[in-house]
Ligand binder design. Structure first.
Ligand code: GRF
Length: 206
């Protein structure tokens, strides 16, 4: 399956995907055909270039509105031949039109156990809420922010001595394991959306 990965920053999740599915990996079920950033200085672009993956920057500041920006991104993604779009730390809200054009073909990773802690600052909010478990979620994207059929989740403990940084690093390590595993299931055709729930016919997360 050909995928495009959208980023805005450091790209540590992108790196995990390159390590699993990049050009150096034989028999990969996934081919990363494009890494697209809305920021020209995103370090993830350097990671992709080092791996020999095509990159593009579509700078949101160059467009009059979100619709024009999304249309420009959509054109690049389709020109690259992508069949699935993966948001890996992409920090712009997408228009309903873009999302509709990639229905059940647009995947995001969120650093919390959805539906808890949508939005930003998830680790600090988890600490303030006093939850004992936290984690991350890979899901199909719907117009409402951080909503959509859940493909997979990973759980980490919250330890008494945790601060935002320590908890965030534990979740990030879980993201780097979860994202490749979840995308592999999608690429292998094992994830089916029924109603608004993603159903996986596989025992990988049992
Ligand atoms: C990750 O925590 C991801 O869950 C969130 O943004 C962060 C991106 O980090 N959506 P990186 O750029 O992959 O290092």
């Amino acid at each position: 399956m050909k995928i495009a990965i959208l980023i805005s920053g450091r790209g540590s999740n992108l790196q995990a995907l390159i390590d699993h599915f990049g050009p150096a990996i034989t028999n990969s079920p996934i081919e990363i055909v494009l890494v697209l950033s809305n920021r020209p200085d995103a370090f993830g672009l350097t990671r992709a270039e080092r791996a020999g993956i095509p990159t593009k920057t579509v700078d949101h500041k160059a467009f009059a509105d979100r619709a024009a920006f999304d249309a420009a991104m959509d054109a690049e993604i389709r020109a690259a031949g992508a069949e699935l779009v993966v948001l890996a730390g992409f920090l712009r809200l997408l228009t309903d039109g873009f999302i509709a054009g990639w229905h059940n073909k647009l995947v995001n990773i969120h650093p919390a156990l959805l539906p808890s802690f949508k939005g930003l600052h998830t680790h600090q909010r988890a600490l303030e809420a006093g939850v004992r478990f936290h984690g991350c979620t890979v899901h199909f994207v719907r117009p409402a922010m951080d909503e959509g059929p859940i493909i997979a989740q990973a759980v980490v403990p919250v330890r008494p001595e945790d601060d935002e940084t320590a908890l965030g690093l534990r979740v990030l390590a879980a993201e780097h394991r979860l994202f490749p595993a979840a995308l592999r299931l999608v690429a292998e055709g094992k994830v089916h959306v029924q109603g608004e729930k993603a159903v996986i016919y596989d025992t990988a997360f049992a």
